[in-house]
Design a protein around this ligand. Sequence first.
Ligand SMILES: NC(=O)c1ccc[n+]([C@@H]2O[C@H](COP(=O)([O-])OP(=O)(O)OC[C@H]3O[C@@H](n4cnc5c(N)ncnc54)[C@H](OP(=O)(O)O)[C@@H]3O)[C@@H](O)[C@H]2O)c1
Length: 340
Amino acid sequence: MNDSINRRQFFVGATTLTAGAALGGCAEPGSDAFVNPPGVPLGPFGPKSTAEEVTEGVDLSGKTALITGANSGLGYETMRVLAMRGAHVIGTGRTPEKAETACASIGGGRATPAVLELSDLGSVASCASEVQAMDTPIDMLILNAGIMALPELEQVNGIERQFFVNHLGHFAFTLELLDRVKAAPAGRIVVLSSSGHAWAPDGGIQFDNLSGERDYEPMKAYGQSKLANGLFAFELARRLEGTTATANAVHPGIINTNLGRHFPKWQLAFAKLFGWTFMKNVPEGAATSCYVAANPLVKDMSGFYFADCNPVGPDPRMEDAALAAQLWEVSEEITGVRAA
Ligand SMILES: NC(=O)c1ccc[n+]([C@@H]2O[C@H](COP(=O)([O-])OP(=O)(O)OC[C@H]3O[C@@H](n4cnc5c(N)ncnc54)[C@H](OP(=O)(O)O)[C@@H]3O)[C@@H](O)[C@H]2O)c1
């Protein structure tokens, strides 16, 4: 079974690459990283598994999950399924209306709305204090919110927006809630990265161009932010060694969600018509996040990059310890939020 999943993973990677090229960059690139790291066995789930399947029989009652970007796409499905398994879920949206509507519509379980705008460090701090005031350990912190491929350069506090929203906002939010994750018996942090990290520029993170002003390219900037997500999870896992908490990064697959909102109309129409041939649906797309956040099989795994519900790699750039350490330091400097 393991071998067949492995071959299928290669096939999915190759197909995705071809389809991605056909879409002119609409899809995430495939990657030969869809191989499990040496010595790390494959689990029972694969690319077609759904969020409900990977959490079947898992009792999350008494546990708390916090999911950013819970009003749309993968975040919404993740929230719905974790709540269905008994967790109290805190679901963030950028406005009270978005968060409330999403939490009210999950159809079972307990979901508490919270407002989080990741491009605003004030909002990050106030959302974190709101959660702190709930005085509950966080068993699952799922850093899911994201934006992709802004057509023109946009900046937040002088920093390219995708890097700020996808990485820096989550970096600050996590540090402000880290004591709550450590207070859980086995807190898990799941960072939504992407195989699109491969689009990051040479050298990985351009620390001398975080403004994005030099040669801005939408996909390259997205790739850099997703590489930052992976490196953040990697460094966080190192810093959590010796605690009961873990941190891992996830590539969810290629799924037709609102993430592609900035793509040209013809690409969106193409994805709508033919996406089913090479993309995952949303329940499949949320499976890896839910698996890594909740399944007992991976409770002790930390510092890994998962795709299709399995650890993949080795991936030298996602595991570049020096780059990850430098990113951490620079992120502390920019956000002014430091590890306790
Ligand atoms: N879909 C894919 O193929 C794919 C592939 C690889 C990785 N991923 C990653 O998976 C994650 C989820 O993406 P998705 O496909 O579910 O996309 P989505 O449907 O567009 O959902 C993204 C979520 O992030 C929120 N968000 C955007 N900007 C934000 C900000 N400034 N502050 C706070 N929240 C913000 C959105 O809120 P609004 O609705 O208010 O905009 C939405 O709730 C992302 O991190 C993405 O990079 C997705």
